[in-house]
Write a protein that binds this ligand. Structure first.
Ligand code: HEC
Ligand SMILES: [Cu+2]
Length: 357
């Protein structure tokens, strides 16, 4: 099962990986998603929620969905009324042989008032419903300190939790049922944070923070994606939100605050040395080592993540080795160069990184 999925994943990446993530196409999604809900031993991970605006799992997402249904119902009534009146008029009043000019009506004040007032009332109803939804989804932000600062990069996501000091990448952990404020920023171009099952779609703009309130109401893993074209790897800029019970979230947070023990074993130790020699540390940070770079994701707890490269590949030793050998093959154009390592060097580094949990 796991292996089958993995073969499909590499096919997806080569053939339709990008379309999959952008359109959430169901044709190729199941293989990709199934595999990511299992860990490397094939044990089930958390439930993967539908990536659909119709499966709304927060009060904010539900408010947007209800507004959509309301607008849809009004549009349907208007469409059916107008279409049936047109159809009736075409059939009932069509020209018959021997008939002269039809009756010419110079104006009908009553009718004209009616068809001005009715649309005005419809627009008013839409305005009120929209304003109400905006208040639920986007209440005024009076606090300046968010629960998470989301910083978009070409082509990955950085998450900072200012209250606890946790810093992670690509996988956003959130506690169940808490109303959290996310602050969206960008380190380079305009990106857009969108997790359809949880809430609104909000731009991440350089130099102009935007805010997003989210109150997840069901645990599980939610997928999202960058929803604003941001360059070559835009389609492989996936988002995973992992919603956990408060206790699980707290335990995760504590584990992120601990510096992982120095990995032992010949391979891991060789890997740690190579990491410093092969310029990895110019771009990456690993706590308690010389690595202090900030160009790429923080790797202090990289072994703990489910996926790598913003959801491009599952986090397994094999896939990580491939990534280290040639990230350009997996994510062409991404900002990590291929560093011309041999397979055994890449393997040693991968062993080292996988041990960082
Ligand atoms: C020039 C800067 C740069 C160098 C040098 C570099 N990286 Fe990266 N690395 C990045 C960037 C940028 C990303 C994010 C790529 C993306 O997902 O688009 C990344 C991503 C990664 C990831 C995936 C992290 C995640 O959570 O998704 C790993 C693992 C990694 N790099 C390991 C290494 C190793 C090992 C080396 C040395 C052999 C290295 N990097 C050298 C910039 C660099
Ligand atoms: Cu983007």
């Amino acid at each position: 099962m796991y292996w089958e999925g993995r073969v499909l994943i590499s096919n997806n990446l080569q053939m339709h990986g990008k379309t999959c993530l952008v359109h959430n196409s169901t044709a190729c999604a199941p293989a990709l998603f199934d595999v990511l809900t299992e860990d490397t031993q094939g044990q089930p991970r958390m439930k993967l929620q539908d990536t659909s605006v119709f499966d709304a799992n927060s009060p904010q997402a539900r408010a947007i969905l209800h507004l959509f249904y309301f607008d849809l119902a009004i549009s349907a009534v208007i469409f059916l009324t107008v279409a049936s009146l047109v159809l009736y008029a075409v059939i009932r009043f069509r020209q018959r042989p021997g008939e002269g000019e039809p009756f010419q009506d110079p104006g009908n004040p009553k009718l004209e008032t009616l068809w001005t007032v009715i649309p005005a009332l419809i627009l008013l109803a839409l305005l009120v419903a929209t304003a109400y939804t905006m208040r639920v989804v986007n209440p005024p932000v009076i606090r300046s300190d968010p629960n998470v600062a989301v910083i978009a990069h070409q082509w990955w996501w950085e998450y900072r939790y200012p209250h606890s000091g946790v810093l992670t990448a690509n996988e956003l952990h959130m506690p169940l049922g808490k109303k959290w404020l996310l602050r969206l920023e960008s380190a380079d171009v305009i990106h857009d944070f969108w997790v359809p099952g949880l809430g609104a779609k909000v731009d991440a703009i350089p130099g102009h923070p935007n805010y997003l309130w989210l109150t997840p109401s069901k645990t599980g893993v939610y997928l999202g994606t960058c929803a604003e074209f941001c360059g070559e790897e835009h389609a492989l800029m996936g988002i995973r939100v992992i919603v956990q019970s408060s206790e699980e979230f707290e335990a995760w947070q504590q584990s992120q605050l601990r510096v992982p023990a120095k990995p032992t074993g010949v391979e891991a130790e060789r890997g740690a040395r190579l990491f410093e020699e092969r310029t990895c540390m110019n771009c990456h940070t690993i706590a308690d080592t010389k690595a202090r770079g900030t160009v790429g994701p923080d790797l202090t707890h990289v072994g703990d993540r489910q996926t790598l490269g913003s959801g491009a590949i599952p986090n397994t030793l094999d896939q990580l080795t491939k990534w280290i050998m040639d990230p350009q093959k997996i994510k062409p154009g991404c900002n990590m160069p291929s560093l011309k390592l041999t397979e055994s060097q890449a393997h040693d580094i991968a062993v080292y990184l996988e041990a960082l949990k």
